[in-house]
Design a protein around this ligand. Structure first.
Ligand code: TXA
Ligand code: MG
Length: 319
């Protein structure tokens, strides 16, 4: 299939109405969208990405009326988080409406919903007239796409259309929060920080070992975010030896910085998060064998960044 490139939300929306899948920009990463009420279209998402079907999708809405078509009721804590953080990089796990296909939620009685904070995304979803389920628009396992060119590199010929926008503002995915219990539980750290959640609902917490016994965010058990190069986490940058087969990304310059094949120094954690996935792809294109990533403190956005780096390095316990 020919993949059409466009900057026009109404044109891209025509493909959704015809039951096709369309990649589109959001403030976190690019998503691969399909009409939430069209099972055949949802199947095309799993096919195009090579995604396991036991990994549920996030539904994207442009307004609260669309959100109401997806859920039976809004728990009180969800209503407070919506008031504070929608639109934004926050996904709420809510009780699923019976009209939503179990294919979208991988059989779960809940559905993840978010309202992106991105003008083009909102225009596109509005033009579609229905919520869009959308995972990140990469081949399964690869780094998430933060540019339309990255989407094209993974999915050209496999999807109907790419809505072209700028490089994603944040660069890491949304925070996934379970709102079905007494206190909000973060299932996946992301662009909205735990500290921000706690300003509104102080009882918000990270999922614990105990919660993980029931894998509530099934996607987390898969290998993720991986470039072809080996990812190595490093906390002592001063002791790092340079190599032309290696790359470095972090906040502090390593010795002999000119002797790395690729090197990215970031001014702060936000810039590191913004750049990391596109840097992985640059390194692969340059034939780098090892990417050294400096570790950062696991607070604020650093929590989500370290989560992604650990998964890319496969330093995660298999679930
Ligand atoms: O920023 C983002 O969230 C991006 C953009 C495109 O919106 N999307 C994204 O989707 O990262 P994806 O499919 O790559 O990751 C979705 C995550 C997975 O870890 C999945 O298991 C979890 O959300 N998830 C989705 N629905 C869920 C549900 N009902 N219960 C628990 N976890 C859920
Ligand atoms: Mg993904």
């Amino acid at each position: 299939m020919e993949t059409v490139l466009t900057t026009s939300p109404p044109l891209a929306a025509q493909f959704i109405r015809r039951g096709e899948v369309v990649a589109f920009p959001t403030e976190t990463v690019y998503g691969l969208g399909a009409n939430v009420f069209d099972e055949a279209a949802i199947r095309k998402i799993f096919q195009a990405k090579g995604r396991p079907t036991d990994n549920p999708l996030i539904a994207h809405v442009a307004n609260l009326a669309q959100l109401q078509t997806l859920t039976t009721h809004l728990p009180a804590n969800a209503a407070q988080l919506i008031a504070a953080f929608f639109p934004g990089p926050l996904t709420l796990v809510l009780p699923k409406h019976p009209d939503v296909s179990l294919l979208a939620t991988a059989g779960l009685p809940t559905i993840g919903v978010r309202m992106p904070r991105h003008a083009l995304a909102l225009e596109f979803i509005t033009a579609c007239g229905v919520p869009l389920v959308a995972p990140s628009a990469n081949l399964s396992g690869r780094p998430s796409p933060t540019t339309w060119q990255a989407v094209q590199a993974d999915l050209d010929g496999r999807i109907a259309c790419i809505l072209q926008g700028e490089q994603a503002e944040v660069g890491l995915e949304s925070t996934v929060v379970d709102c079905t219990g007494n206190a909000p539980v973060v299932l996946r750290a992301g662009a909205l920080t735990l500290e921000q959640l706690q300003t509104v609902l102080p009882a918000s917490r990270l999922a614990s070992q105990h919660d993980v016994a029931v894998p509530k965010s099934p996607g987390l058990k898969y290998r993720h975010y991986s470039p072809q190069a080996r990812v190595v986490l490093i906390d002592n940058v001063a002791g790092l030896s340079a190599s032309l087969a290696a790359a470095f990304i972090g906040l502090n310059a390593p010795p002999r910085r000119d002797e790395f094949r690729c090197l990215k120094l970031c001014a702060n954690v936000a810039e590191y998060a913004h750049e990391v996935f596109s840097f992985f792809r640059v390194c692969d294109a340059a034939g780098v064998r090892e990417i050294y990533c400096e570790v950062v403190e696991e607070r604020g956005l650093g929590l989500a960044l370290m989560d992604r780096l650990k998964r890319a390095a496969q330093n995660v316990a298999p679930a």
